[in-house]
Design a protein around this ligand. Structure first.
Ligand SMILES: [Zn+2]
Ligand SMILES: [Zn+2]
Length: 468
């Protein structure tokens, strides 16, 4: 759209007009907008001056013989003058009042008198000092409850402004969002002394500068570490009551939970208290069954604390607090990032297990010896176990056992230590799961066996994993 066409339709202020050409010249939007208008006005004013001169000349040197010819010419010039005056009207209406090379048509002077400048339809004066002050003070007030080091200011535009922008969009314009973000960011840096972080700010401040509504998005903090589960009978994560699905009912004593506690709750409780979070999420690198202990170097986890008011605390102290529980221990604590969660979910780590195997009949030393020999470097075909088939797709997984060793306990029972791929179901590796896992300990011994107890001794994740 040409300058006049735009201004005729929308009396944009200098700043907004300059924003249409933001990427063409490095200066402020205001400066650019005003300059463009001035340049155009000068061009039109000089044309006007020229035409006025010609008109006057014709009037003065009126040759009676050519009166008809002169009148036609005068008429033509007059209409050109009207046209240019009309164009100039729109430029002046958009806030340019300083230059007056020739008299401005009276009607415009009048309009200027009563209403200097129409409210700019794009910015609606959101960049006014007062408006910026009100908004920034409101933000500061909302932020006072939170500890943070970095922030990012974002702008939400009303629908009608978004639509307006689309209408006069140019490839080199800047959205009003970008300009407001920049200006508000600068004001907030000055007022708070904090820094802007575009990638992972502690807090994102979303501002609608038109109605002055502000929303804070407090980003989560992530604490990574490893946990040991020292007792059987507690699930890894909060487990909603299967009757009421967490609402609370008679069966669950109105706790909404199937189990009174979990690894998640034991760890999260002291953290939530200190970091004053609104909610939390527990991400483990895999999970063990409720009746399985997690020992050794522990299982990696990330505790996500949502909308925390505090972002830094003494992790060592929190560790001690959790370890006092006697049920769960945590170690290697550190602050993490969101990416750590994804990493966990995608890495099936090799593991070392200790299983107590119980046979229906007596089992002899040479049988156990043969079993161990057979298990080493053995490939297992495992169809989804019956006990998890309601929530996992039914398919055959191929997993490997790398190392095995055994220790007799009594005539029917022995301990079996296994170093194997992550994702291998150990209980089924022992029982055979009615033929769904093959080969299995039951199959190799040709005796019915069950896994009496199971512990995870090690999770071999990237850090301490060594092929040996
Ligand atoms: Zn404007
Ligand atoms: Zn319930």
């Amino acid at each position: 759209m040409d300058i006049i066409t735009i201004l005729k339709k929308y009396p944009l202020c200098h700043r907004c007009f300059g924003r249409l050409y933001a990427k063409l010249l490095h200066t402020s939007n205001y400066e650019r907008g005003k300059s463009l208008k001035i340049a155009k006005a000068i061009e039109l004013e000089s044309k006007l001056l020229n035409l006025m001169g010609k008109y006057n000349e014709l009037t003065e040197s009126g040759n009676p013989d050519e009166i008809e010819k002169t009148d036609t010419e005068k008429l033509k010039i007059a209409s050109e003058i009207t046209e240019i005056k009309g164009q100039l009207k729109y430029i002046y209406k958009s806030g340019l009042t300083e230059i007056k090379l020739v008299d401005i048509p009276e009607e415009i002077n009048e309009e200027e008198g009563e209403n200097k400048l129409d409210l700019c339809p794009w910015c609606k004066n959101i960049f006014d000092k007062e408006n910026l002050e009100i908004i920034s003070e409101k933000v500061i007030d909302l932020l006072k409850d939170y500890e943070y080091e970095t922030f990012l200011a974002g702008t939400m535009l009303p629908k009608e402004i978004k639509e307006l922008e689309k209408e006069f969009e140019t490839p080199y314009m800047e959205s009003i969002k970008q300009e407001f973000n920049r200006i508000m960011g600068k004001i907030l840096v000055e007022k708070t002394g904090k820094t802007v972080d575009k990638n992972s700010p502690d807090i994102v401040i979303m501002i609608n500068p038109y109605n002055k509504k502000i929303k804070l998005q407090i980003n989560s903090i992530f604490i990574k570490g490893r946990y040991r589960k020292l007792v059987r009978g507690i699930p890894q994560t909060r487990w909603p009551c299967r009757y009421c699905r967490g609402k609370g009912c008679e069966k669950c004593n109105y706790t909404g939970k199937q189990y009174p506690t979990s690894v998640e709750e034991i760890i999260a409780e002291p953290f939530m208290k200190v970091f004053k979070g609104k909610d939390e999420a527990f991400h483990g690198a895999g999970r063990e069954d409720i009746d399985v202990r997690m020992l050794g170097n522990g299982r990696p986890f990330v505790l996500q604390i949502k909308e925390p008011k505090i972002r830094k605390a003494d992790l060592e102290k929190l560790k001690e607090e959790v370890n006092k529980s006697g049920k769960v221990e945590i170690l290697n604590l550190d602050y993490g990032v969101r990416k750590d969660v994804v990493f966990f979910k995608n890495e099936p780590h090799k593991k070392t297990y200790l299983a107590v195997v119980e046979c229906e009949e007596d089992v002899y030393d040479d049988e156990i010896l043969k079993l161990v020999e057979k298990l080493e470097n053995l490939t297992i075909n495992q169809r989804t176990p019956i006990r998890v088939s309601h929530r996992r797709a039914d398919l055959v997984r191929v997993r490997k056992v790398y190392k095995a060793c055994a220790n007799r306990i009594d005539s029917k029972t022995f301990e079996l230590t296994l170093y194997c791929d992550g994702g291998l179901y150990i209980k089924e590796l022992i029982s055979g799961d009615e033929g769904r896992t093959s080969p299995s300990v039951s199959e190799i011994l040709n005796k019915k066996c069950i896994c009496k107890t199971l512990d995870v001794l090690d999770v071999h994740d990237m850090e301490n994993y060594e092929e040996n």
